[in-house]
Design a protein around this ligand. Structure first.
Ligand SMILES: Cc1cc2nc3c(=O)[nH]c(=O)nc-3n(C[C@H](O)[C@H](O)[C@H](O)COP(=O)(O)OP(=O)(O)OC[C@H]3O[C@@H](n4cnc5c(N)ncnc54)[C@H](O)[C@@H]3O)c2cc1C
Length: 394
């Protein structure tokens, strides 16, 4: 049989797609990324822009996810110092807060333990005499304030940096290129896409479906038909309002339903997010709802009376992204955030779809993808290890 055009074709230029491209190219294979709109045009520019362990995932017992995320955080702080920076977070605890100081202390201690007692994951309490320095945070009924560290990033910049690293290793990118179908055959597949208003086609050993919220729309275009995981899309909205604060971010409990909401100052503005609202439409049409914006403004005004005048009228902007969660019963807040890799067959997969995941864990996910598809790929000599490749702003 003749050599296919590529070893791997990736659909989707979000963080997971470019992460897979980087890992595949680093392993010494030929890889092409197809992106229909622009790099990071989907969820990867709509996140909370945190590189974090996910303190709240301790509540749903996702300890291995938290440990893996904390490990990735440490690595990204080292590999991408211009894109990922350490960030202080404050968690105020009031008499009415659902999580008690004891519970939070236990959670933060465990978070520290899972990070391998890394000095970047320790925590402390803010002394009462310093509460006035907390950006006008409401102090009535305040019992204590915890301070811990995580990291912040620019999600789109990170995505472009990873793609740049992949390109330097030989990966190719076609954008805007719209994938519209694939025909599976015994040893691989034929991929069809539209570029410059013309139809193109190429052959590959493996097709990786990294289309984020479009994952099942892409899987539906594969012939013969393949099984798809039942999923639920959940929309998360952020708002941006004018407002000056210091450098610290706030991790708050929504007074309405107890969910975690972040207030994050950036260059004279405040970013507040996020929500979790069921989404039933086509991913291209996700947009913030008025009710979500009011909910987030309510959290800001509740904790920071100094921002009483901030309303939808002087809001600067808002945006929404979509999480991919496994379908199931119960509140989405408690649904697993683990990434699921789903292939058309166990041995020598021709198609592998990535369901869900976090920005933080893209590199670990990509490593698992390469491992899962390795039996379908030729033997090669690796060119690099992604745990050592520096990432620079593209
Ligand atoms: C509100 C919100 C906040 C979040 N905050 C954080 C956070 O702070 N930290 C964190 O670690 N994680 C966070 N996450 C999770 C993280 O953002 C996502 O897991 C991640 O961005 C998903 O990336 P992806 O590459 O899988 O999908 P996407 O970024 O959505 O990429 C999929 C790409 O596929 C392309 N595509 C789709 N169909 C086709 C087609 N037919 N042909 C070609 N291309 C196609 C799309 O254009 C898109 O660019 C958050 C998620 C949400 C929703």
């Amino acid at each position: 049989m003749s050599q296919p055009d590529y070893d791997v074709v990736v659909v989707g230029g979000g963080i997971n797609g470019v992460g897979v491209a980087q890992a595949v190219a680093a392993a010494g294979h030929r890889v092409l990324v197809l992106e229909k709109s622009g790099l990071a045009a989907g969820t990867s520019s709509k996140s909370s822009k945190l590189i974090h362990g996910g303190l709240r995932y301790l509540e749903s017992y996702e300890f291995s996810l938290v440990r893996e995320s904390l490990h990735e955080r440490t690595l990204l702080l080292k590999l991408a110092p211009d894109i990922v920076q350490l960030q202080d977070f404050c968690i105020p605890v009031y008499k009415t807060t659902r999580r008690s100081p004891l519970l939070l202390r236990a959670g933060l201690s465990f978070y520290w333990l899972l990070s391998g007692l890394n000095r970047n994951a320790g925590f402390s309490t803010v002394p009462r005499r310093q509460w006035d320095s907390l950006d006008g945070l409401r102090t009535e009924n305040l019992r204590c304030v915890f301070r811990y560290h995580d990291a912040r990033t620019d999600d789109a910049l990170l995505t472009r940096a990873v793609m740049q690293s992949a390109t330097e290793l030989g990966a190719e990118l076609q954008c805007p290129a719209h994938f519209w179908g694939a025909d599976l055959h015994t040893t691989g597949c034929q991929v069809h896409y539209r570029l410059d208003e013309r139809e193109h086609s190429c052959s590959t050993r493996v097709l990786v479906n990294a289309a984020g919220p479009w994952v099942n729309d892409v899987a539906r275009l594969v012939q013969p038909e393949v099984e798809r995981l039942p999923i639920q899309l959940v929309q998360g909205t952020h708002i941006e309002v004018p407002g000056e604060m210091g450098d610290q971010f706030y991790y708050l409990e929504s007074p309405r339903d107890g969910r975690a909401v972040f207030v994050m100052p950036r260059e004279g503005r405040l970013i507040i997010g996020t929500t979790e609202t069921r989404f039933r439409g086509y991913p291209d049409y996700v947009h913030p709802h008025q009710g979500e914006e009011s909910y987030l403004l309510g959290v800001l005004r509740h904790y920071f009376p100094v921002f009483q005048d901030v309303s939808r009228d002087n809001m600067l902007t808002s945006w929404a992204g979509l999480r991919v969660l496994p379908s199931g019963a119960g509140h989405v807040f408690h649904r697993s955030r683990e990434t699921v890799l789903y292939s058309d067959r166990i041995n020598r997969p021709r198609l592998l779809s990535i369901y869900g995941g976090k920005l933080t864990t893209y590199r670990a996910t990509a490593g698992k993808v390469v491992e899962r598809i390795s039996a379908s790929l030729p033997d090669t000599s690796p060119r690099a290890s992604t745990s050592e490749l520096p990432l620079r702003p593209a």
